[in-house]
Design a protein around this ligand. Structure first.
Ligand SMILES: *Cc1c(COP(=O)(O)O)cnc(C)c1O
Length: 358
């Protein structure tokens, strides 16, 4: 989703006129305000991508030891734990949401556990009440990787208001993008202040550094781009919704193809349309279908395959054993995310469906 080029040009002229190109400029401030309003959260800090807010949240909360997380995500989720010198502990997922299974979280807690890092996979909210109850019982922090959950609400309230902090990604492939970009959502002014220090090398003033911070400042060009894209993201989500409705109608009676319905009370963002292929019932394996699609230049994505727990960095961890992760292992072998975007037209949709519906 790209902004109108002429409108973008007008904003670029403003930047050229002011010659203020980065370091909390006017567009940066405007975008933080506009995003907080759109997402219905009190505080948000912009970041240069969706990985640095994960790293920074763990730093800010002084997480140590072991962090419980899901193997069914983009690698950045687990990498952020590793980069903080912590040990990721993988817990299996629920088939109904593809999010971490709260019933299995408790069994993975040890005296070294300090945090839980769940992912709202495909923007489907995980069971946040159950996760928070466990966190409260054991005194753990909860950091949600909400990279997929831009604009997702449960009973009118943003999922970003839950846990200790939530992170967003504004990468070009996400529902809302600033080319590269991301954000961290927190619940009070003091925490926002600390996060803003941390993303600016730890500077708390001209001559004072209060923490070993990092550089994750967003420049004015991307902030201006982000402001323009924010104006059209609502309409884009509605168009994605229409695509999802058409996919569901056409796939509902195809044996061996499973997909998600909307969850009651949830405002979804239709960021992805995953299908799950049961090879026996469908008569073709996931990979056979995936490569058949590719032959026709229909680029589905096997999100998330392979599981993070199978990569060389992590496969030696005891929690990475496939026996510990049967649901995630099964789902990773069944999933294809179908083409999904706000400009997917009927002709392209028919091409995808003609190939899958047999
Ligand atoms: C995209 C993504 C990230 C990383 O975001 P970047 O902006 O690419 O750094 C992290 N977690 C999940 C679940 C993602 O999908």
């Amino acid at each position: 989703m790209l902004p109108d080029l002429d409108e973008f040009n007008e904003l670029l002229k403003d930047i050229w006129k002011s010659k203020w190109v980065t370091n909390n400029g006017s567009f940066h401030q405007q975008l933080e305000k506009a995003l907080a309003a759109y997402l219905k959260v009190p505080y948000i800090s912009l970041f240069t991508n969706g990985t640095l807010p994960l790293l920074t949240a763990l730093q800010a909360l002084r997480i140590t030891g072991e962090v419980i997380t899901t193997p069914y995500s983009f690698v950045a989720t687990t990498h952020s734990i590793w980069w903080n010198g912590c040990r990721p502990v993988f817990v299996d997922i629920e088939e109904s949401t593809c999010g971490i299974d709260p019933e299995k979280v408790e069994a993975a807690i040890t005296p070294h556990t300090t945090a839980i890092m769940p992912v709202h996979c495909y923007g489907k909210p995980v069971n946040m009440d159950a996760i928070q109850a466990i966190a409260d019982k054991y005194g753990l922090k909860v950091i949600y990787d909400a990279a997929h959950a831009f604009g997702v609400e449960v009973n009118g309230e943003s999922v970003l208001k839950r846990g200790d902090m939530s992170t967003l990604s504004f990468h070009a492939t996400k529902v809302y993008n600033t080319l590269e970009g991301g954000a961290l959502v927190m619940h009070d002014e003091q925490t926002k202040k600390r996060i803003d220090y941390l993303k600016n090398f730890g500077f708390a003033g001209e001559t004072e550094v209060v923490a070993p911070g990092i550089n994750s400042k967003v420049d004015e060009v991307r902030a201006a781009y982000g402001l323009l894209n924010l104006k059209q993201v609502g309409a884009a989500i509605e168009k994605r919704h229409q695509v999802a409705i058409k996919y569901r109608e056409a796939l509902r009676n195809v044996p061996g193809i499973r997909f998600f319905e909307d969850m009651p009370g949830v405002r979804h963002n239709y960021s992805y349309f995953p299908i799950f292929v049961n090879a026996e019932e469908y008569g073709m394996t996931r990979d056979e279908l995936y490569f058949k699609m590719r032959e026709q230049c229909i680029l589905g994505r096997r999100y998330f395959y392979p599981l993070i727990s199978t990569f060389s960095t992590y496969r030696g961890l005891p929690s990475a054993a496939p026996e510990n992760l049967p649901v995630a292992t099964k789902i990773a072998n069944e999933v294809i995310c179908l083409p999904m975007h706000h400009e997917l037209n009927q002709t392209d949709l028919d091409r995808v469906l003609n190939l899958i519906v047999r």
